[in-house]
Design a binder for this molecule. Structure first.
Ligand code: ATP
Ligand code: MG
Length: 335
């Protein structure tokens, strides 16, 4: 049997290059290998935990996220994409799991702790029950689909660990229903921002989105941070501290990258020319993605139909799991 993969994103914005190299590219490869059965959830319920006061944002980003997936090569014939809130079994499982995890354990979860600290503006001194409990609902997301592999970044490790604990506890009390999922750490590193920040991120204002126009890409690359010690073109440069070089390594072919490195070090290459070349390469790299996106933007009904079909398919699997859960928990009163 093929191993099941469960992965997904919160619909809180469009996807950027960090998401692409950090996870999306890998998902497409795993999908195309044919070795796995992949489910991708659009986590609108989880997005609401810190956007409960902004339902339009979540709603509008469901289709945006879907178009990003499809344009990057997620193929609905091979992968099931579904909307989290349309799977009531996951919400149901969250309720049962909530008995198996303590408040203190959630408060100690390092990812949750960091995020609560970052969200002081929203939560003030006291966090909501829903946000504190999102690792529980994430455990339900994974196990509703009997997910065995979860491709994700390091920041997700404490959440997967918490899921494994819940699974162990569930199985020890009610019998073996679930497998403990494993994280598959994306070899794709954390992508830095063009501004030199350690991370490209939506809220950091340094993201190049997969759907950015040529003008936007040009503007962003032109403002990228280069070697601060290099004032004139013939100053000897240090490519290792230059964000333009860092991005050339992602978007340019090997020979070109080596050439850039050599010329920069020798003071034979100007930063403006280097940025122009990078802009061109990023635009070329993203062109097929953008072309596919344009097609889906013109055909929202196709996007909605794919979402509907994926969600219906996912629901069948979720119902099957819930049947097993209810039997194990002695909640199978009627047929
Ligand atoms: P925000 O700034 O609002 O937190 P973001 O740009 O960090 O947004 P998220 O929605 O928080 O995006 O990211 C979802 C997942 O994408 C994260 O768990 C992370 O693993 C991955 N990710 C985000 N940014 C990057 C990046 N620059 N490089 C690699 N992976 C990333
Ligand atoms: Mg983030």
């Amino acid at each position: 049997m093929k191993k099941r993969i469960l992965t997904g994103d919160r619909p809180t914005g469009k996807l950027h290059i960090g998401h692409y190299f950090g996870s999306l590219k890998k998902r497409v490869e795993m999908q195309n290998s044919g070795d796995y059965e992949m489910y991708i959830l659009i986590a609108d319920v989880q997005a609401l935990t810190d956007n409960f006061n902004n339902p339009e944002k979540v709603r509008n980003n469901v289709r945006e996220l879907m178009m990003d997936y499809l344009s990057c090569g997620i193929d609905p014939k091979k992968t099931t994409i579904y909307i989290q809130s349309m799977i009531p079994e996951t919400a149901e499982l969250t309720v049962y799991y909530s008995n198996l995890v303590t408040i203190a354990r959630l408060q100690r979860n390092p990812t949750v702790k960091t995020e609560i600290a970052q969200k002081k503006d929203l939560f003030g001194e006291s966090v909501t029950y829903g946000f504190l409990g999102y690792p529980v609902s994430q455990a339900a997301d994974i196990t509703t689909f009997q997910g065995e592999l979860v491709p994700a970044g390091e920041d997700q490790e404490p959440l997967i660990e918490q899921c494994r604990e819940i699974v162990r506890k569930f199985n020890s009390i009610y019998g073996e229903v679930f497998k403990e999922p494993q994280i598959v750490l994306s070899e794709g590193k954390r992508i830095k921002g063009l501004d030199g920040n350690e991370k490209m991120g939506k809220s950091l204002g340094n993201a190049i989105y997969l759907s950015d126009s040529e003008e936007e890409i040009t503007k962003k690359v032109m403002s990228a941070v280069t070697d601060p010690n290099r004032i004139k073109k013939d100053d000897l440069g240090n490519p290792d501290v230059c964000m333009v070089y860092y991005y050339h390594k992602l978007f340019s072919v090997n020979d070109e990258v080596q050439n850039i490195c050599k010329e920069c070090k020798a003071g034979e290459r100007g930063c403006v020319a280097c940025k122009k070349q990078l802009t061109k390469n990023i635009i070329e790299y993203l062109r097929p993605i953008k072309e596919k996106r344009a097609y889906y933007e013109e055909h929202p009904e196709i996007v909605d139909e794919i979402l509907k079909e994926g969600t219906e398919k996912a629901r069948i699997v979720a119902k099957d799991t819930m049947k097993k859960v209810k039997k194990a928990m002695k909640l199978d009163y009627f047929d």
